[in-house]
Design a protein around this ligand. Structure first.
Ligand code: 8IG
Length: 292
């Protein structure tokens, strides 16, 4: 019998403490968010990528959304890229308190990794156990089509950068939680009618798109989709002890897959065209990963 005299039960192994703690700016932002929203904990933080910011309006349970411009919160850099909004919204989604960050900072803005990973630090500071990243990406694997959702199963960090310094040897074996990915796949299948494929996301520094030779290289390396975000944030999130789910919307076929030139307007149009479907997808996904 556990706990009976003579057979002492060893204490259950406690998880190792996170290697990182949220920055002071992230803690200050979390305090401001709690004051503005009246919510002291947000179980899930959702970071919206290019083409995804339209979904915020339809995501919240009616009457629950409080939106704050990032200009009023420490640590955020107001977005410079079309299609990124610059707001933080506290709301309930299927009853789950969630913080949505619309407007991320990218490595190619040249501001270093701190503003890029700030949303991950804020997620930890608002008490989120799960971070959901969304992004727009180019399809590298030949069988992916524009408009498809891909659940990221792993990544290739080809940015040449890390948000970490010092002996912070963050484990990335399960960077994209297999347990949460299974829950997310079920939710997305129920919401959209098709089960999303899993894929490896290659992060490039950008801002230029790839050459056809680089896309062939990425395919050889095992990439399924390619983009310019999500990887530094995921590394930071794992260091902070927050679990990660990441979903790519394929908005273009990467250079050389079709031979057609790429442009940013095409990327935004693909996101806007699918806004209703993306909203339904996230309304299903958020509560399911919160409870998985
Ligand atoms: I949307 O084809 C989107 N983001 N690097 N390559 C890279 N980033 C992207 C692409 C792409 N499409």
């Amino acid at each position: 019998m556990p706990g009976t005299a003579g057979s002492p039960t060893p204490a259950p192994p406690s998880p190792a403490p996170p290697l990182l703690t949220p920055t002071p700016d992230a803690r200050a932002a979390a305090d401001a968010i709690a004051r503005a929203s009246g919510r002291s904990v947000h179980e899930v933080t959702l970071v919206l990528g290019s083409g995804w910011s339209e979904v915020v309006a339809g995501l919240a349970d009616p009457g629950t959304a409080v939106t704050i411009p990032v200009s009023e919160l420490p640590g955020f850099v107001p977005p410079s890229v079309a299609g990124h909004r610059g707001t933080v919204t506290s709301c309930l989604v299927g009853g789950v308190p969630m913080l949505a960050v619309a407007g991320r900072t990218h490595l190619y803005e040249g501001l270093g990794t701190d503003p890029v990973v700030h949303p991950a630090h804020v997620a930890a500071a608002v008490g989120s156990g799960v971070l959901v990243f969304t992004n727009a990406a180019g399809g590298v694997r030949a069988d992916l089509a524009v408009g498809e959702l891909v659940l990221i199963s792993d990544h290739l960090n080809l940015t040449g950068r890390s948000p970490l310094t010092g002996p912070t040897f963050v484990d990335l074996v399960d960077a994209y939680s297999a347990r949460l990915r299974a829950a997310a796949a079920d939710a997305l299948e129920a919401a959209t009618g098709s089960r999303p494929p899993a894929g490896v996301y290659a992060a490039m520094p950008g801002p230029q798109y790839e050459t056809p030779a680089e896309v062939r290289m990425l395919r050889t390396l095992g990439a399924d989709v390619v983009g310019m975000s999500t990887v530094p944030e995921t590394v930071a999130a794992r260091g902070l002890g927050v679990e990660v789910v990441a979903v790519s919307l394929v908005t273009n076929l990467a250079a050389g897959v079709t031979g057609a030139p790429l442009d940013h307007a095409e990327v935004l149009a693909a996101g806007t065209a699918g806004a209703g479907r993306l909203t339904a997808a996230l309304r299903a996904l958020v509560p399911s990963v919160a409870r998985a």
